[in-house]
Write a protein that binds this ligand. Structure first.
Ligand code: SF4
Length: 195
């Protein structure tokens, strides 16, 4: 196995480190932006689906736990979860929630809101997470609020992915993952431009 291959196979470790860091210091949630920006840039400028196929730590984690550790019931995903309307609908919903999070960040930035030091799971349940706010006054409040909001999105999608992995096949989350849908759309546009 080449060095390059073994390095790429270990991307799941970064996912584990990322989610662990969020328990100690929420500001590390900003690192998750790499998971947003990298797949988009790779699908625009690189090989199609290269991020999903080789670099996504979360996808690797689901394979590792679901197939390697046999934590998956290996059932087929219901047809409606694979359908186009659900995948695009979930993508739009995810983006609306992202913009909503940006509004919460803006409210703090403009001085019209106060910090919500909790992680909001499934866009509904606020889980107190004050202990992870360890930045003191060195980091502006809006940046901390963004970190809480972004970590909420990341953790919610991880939990959804793990549940999908357990109940269905290991990589079921990848069928309706918003980043997967986004890169797929970009690849489609690139393909049409080539025709
Ligand atoms: S679909 Fe989403 S979770 Fe799956 S490999 Fe791609 S980016 Fe990662």
């Amino acid at each position: 196995m080449s060095m390059n291959k073994s390095w790429k196979d270990k991307m799941w470790i970064f996912s584990v480190i990322y989610f662990s860091l969020g328990f100690f210091n929420i500001i590390f949630a900003w690192l998750g932006m790499l998971c947003f920006i990298t797949p988009i840039l790779m699908s625009i400028f690189g090989k199609e689906k290269a991020f999903c196929n080789s670099y996504c730590g979360r996808g690797q984690l689901f394979t590792l736990l679901g197939s390697g550790k046999k934590m998956s019931l290996n059932r087929n995903l219901p047809a409606f979860l694979k359908s186009r309307w659900f995948r695009y609908g979930f993508f739009i919903f995810f983006m609306i929630m992202f913009v909503n999070m940006l509004f919460a960040t803006w409210a703090i930035f403009s001085g019209s809101g106060s910090l919500n030091a909790s992680v909001r799971l499934f866009w509904t349940f606020d889980v107190p997470w004050e202990w992870a706010n360890r930045t003191g006054e060195s980091v502006p409040l809006w940046a901390i609020q963004f970190a809480y909001g972004f970590y909420s999105l990341m953790l919610t999608s991880l939990i959804l992915g793990l549940l999908s992995m357990i109940i269905y096949k290991p990589r079921s989350w990848c069928v309706y993952c918003p980043m997967g849908t986004a890169t797929q759309m970009i690849c489609k546009i690139r393909e049409e431009e080539r025709l």
